[in-house]
Design a protein around this ligand. Structure first.
Ligand code: IPE
Ligand code: IPE
Ligand code: MG
Ligand code: MG
Ligand code: MG
Length: 329
């Protein structure tokens, strides 16, 4: 988190934002039943990057002291937290934010139900986010919520597909990841002077794509700071951007490389295969290609910023997008 705070963005630096936001989140969690809310509290307090609330704040474009966007930011972060808890069950993930995942620590039943109730807390936060544009906020929230579920369904469907086009991959991550960034941005914009809503929406969608591509890259190349099991996607046979790009070059590969790619495609890769697969992707240029694609989506995002009238907001959002691209956490 320290590196997040090096942002040259006033709203991100000061403690008022963090402190107010974190205490708002904490206050939204009931005490009992403990079997339900202990896991909720654990995952909410486990130190996420809070990227979506930061985006909400930036898109509201309000003064540092004006915290009218707090409810919206909490609603998105809570919805995001629900997706993580259920995603970790679906992806068989053992570690998140450097600690055991909810289903590992508390069991599967507790993880399912805590995930569910976090959505209820999200809706409450949204309801508390003020009456301004509440109807539209509700619609956007429901759309984002449904989109993540649609995307997660495709993510699971694609796991058993032997090939996937870049187009299919992008459509899937747009749903499972981008739409949550879009929701964060749009709710923020609706809390602000509501200028430039469509530009902000398209900016967020595009940085969301770059963000998921970077997540796929870090899943294989990150270090312990990333907080998740490195190589987790390889072990689970996830259809990441790296998989898609590597399979495009399958026919140009030699025999032993193909054997490795076959294992990945057939979801039989083991711990021992992680380093060789990383080395192969490096050699094939797949990692660089993925980085270039993420940069391209960030460029596309920045192009939409030209339609945002506030110079300060443009600068902040550009810095945010660039930070996402360069992140290692
Ligand atoms: C992880 O999101 C889920 C993806 C969409 C890849 P983050 O990397 O923003 O997760 P936290 O909240 O910071 O842990
Ligand atoms: C993220 O996909 C999409 C979500 C809706 C959570 P991932 O499965 O890649 O997310 P991480 O890597 O587990 O955070
Ligand atoms: Mg997943
Ligand atoms: Mg996952
Ligand atoms: Mg991932």
């Amino acid at each position: 988190l320290a590196s997040l705070l090096t942002f040259q963005i006033t709203i991100l630096n000061p403690d008022p934002f963090r402190a107010a936001f974190e205490s708002y989140l904490e206050r939204s969690i009931p005490e009992e039943p403990e079997s339900l809310y202990d896991p909720v509290r654990t995952c909410i307090k486990s130190g996420g990057k809070r990227l979506r609330p930061i985006l909400t704040a930036l898109c509201a474009g309000v003064e540092e002291r004006d915290l009218s966007w707090l409810g919206s930011a909490a609603a998105v972060e809570l919805l995001h937290t629900f997706t993580l808890v259920h995603d970790d069950i679906m992806d068989n993930a053992a570690t998140r934010r450097g600690i055991p995942t909810v289903h590992v620590q508390y069991g599967r039943d507790a993880a399912i139900l805590s995930g569910d109730v976090i959505v209820a807390l999200a809706v409450k936060a949204l309801a508390e986010s003020g009456s301004q544009a509440i109807q539209q906020k509700l619609e956007e929230f429901a759309k984002g919520f449904q989109a993540v579920c649609d995307g997660q369904a495709l993510d699971k469907e694609y796991e058993v597909r032997s090939s996937l086009s870049q187009k299919e991959y992008i459509a899937m991550i747009e749903l499972k990841t981008s739409r949550m960034f879009e929701l964060a941005a749009v709710l923020g914009a609706l809390d602000g002077p509501i200028h430039d809503l469509e530009a902000i929406r398209l900016f967020a969608r595009n940085i969301g794509l770059a963000f998921q591509i970077q997540d796929d890259i870090l899943d294989l190349t990150g270090d312990e700071k990333f907080g998740k099991t490195i190589g987790g996607d390889v072990l689970e046979g996830k259809r990441t951007i790296l998989f898609v790009l590597a399979m495009e070059k399958y026919n140009a590969c030699g025999e032993s490389d193909r054997i490795l790619l076959d294992r990945l495609r057939d979801r039989k890769a083991s711990e021992d295969n992680i380093r060789p697969i990383r080395a192969l992707f490096e050699r094939m240029g797949v990692l660089n290609e993925a980085r270039t694609i993420a940069e391209r989506y960030t460029d596309d995002a920045e192009a939409h910023l030209l339609n945002v009238r506030s110079g300060a907001q443009r600068d902040n959002l550009r810095a945010f997008g660039q930070w996402l691209l360069g992140r290692a956490i």
